[in-house]
Write a protein that binds this ligand. Sequence first.
Ligand code: GFB
Length: 327
Amino acid sequence: MSEERLARNARIYVAGHRGLVGSAILRRLQEEGFSRVLTATREQLDLRDQAAVNYWFRANRPDYVFLAAGTVGGILPNSTRPAEFLYDNMLIHATVVHAAYLYGTRKLLYLGSSCIYPRECPQPMKEESLLTGPLEPTNEAYAVAKIAGIKLCQAYRRQYGCNFISAMPTNLYGPNDTFDLRNAHVLPALMRKFHEAAREETPSVTVWGTGTPRREFLHVDDLADACLFLMRRYASEMHINVGCGTDLSIRKLAELMREIVAPYARLTFDASKPDGMPRKLLDTRRLRAMGWQPRIDLREGIRKTYEWFREHAEEAIEGRRMTPASA
Ligand code: GFB
């Protein structure tokens, strides 16, 4: 397979550069010395507006696109705001993919999510398991939009010969995550809860659900590394999983977080909150066979993220990512 050279002066657009994933890709591109990285804030460009996106692409002509923009959140907003998750994400994927086709983008990498696989999917979840069974109801809307994004990239490849590829990351964490408890995913939510509990006299943290669901967590800097790797090396129609290969129960995650952030805190479980998918572990053999592997283990990754959180607690807690069409 021919390798994409990614010249240092290539025009590279990171859609969603303020989010967890986009900001990690941006940092990585800057570290590697790319001199023409393009971004647009939500105020500058509403990615749900095809005419505006076309205009922006015509003016900026990106050679490469990392499509990491979207309306995202944890299990609660996913289940209570399905209209926004479906509408925003379907439009954002469609406008950017279509404009990339119209204005001659050389290659586009679309970021999906491990929630595309069926609720009862055999574990670890292989790429081939897509559309083999019903989806997990708590994130069906988001998953349907993400599946549509994969199909869009495949369709533009088949019909127009576009080099558009899709990567499916597992649950992610790291700097610039959402720490607003109503919208956050489990790892940043627990980090904040333990951080706040550490200041209490009798520290206690409530964990949603039963604690039995299992999740796989990848540091977003590892994902950014995989994204650059795939942009250079992957050119197939099949989406490709990106994960670390091991998972743990939510109870174990809470215990690990407690050890790092607030060792004396007591754990309680709120079973009135949803568990969601029982298990979500990706089969990453396809990517590993190409020679990629993650570098940051979970304990080290949580420590690094907690350092970042303490330095940025105020802005992190404001939770600025849960807005439509985040750019
Ligand atoms: O990370 P999370 O919100 O989303 O929740 P999913 C994972 C598990 O952690 C669930 C439990 O079983 C939650 O009940 N949990 C325990 C908590 N305490 C907390 C807490 O304080 N906050 C949160 N948020 N969870 C999302 C999907 O699913 O994963 C998205 O909704 C996306 O569509 C994303 O795919 C990657 O892993 O269940």
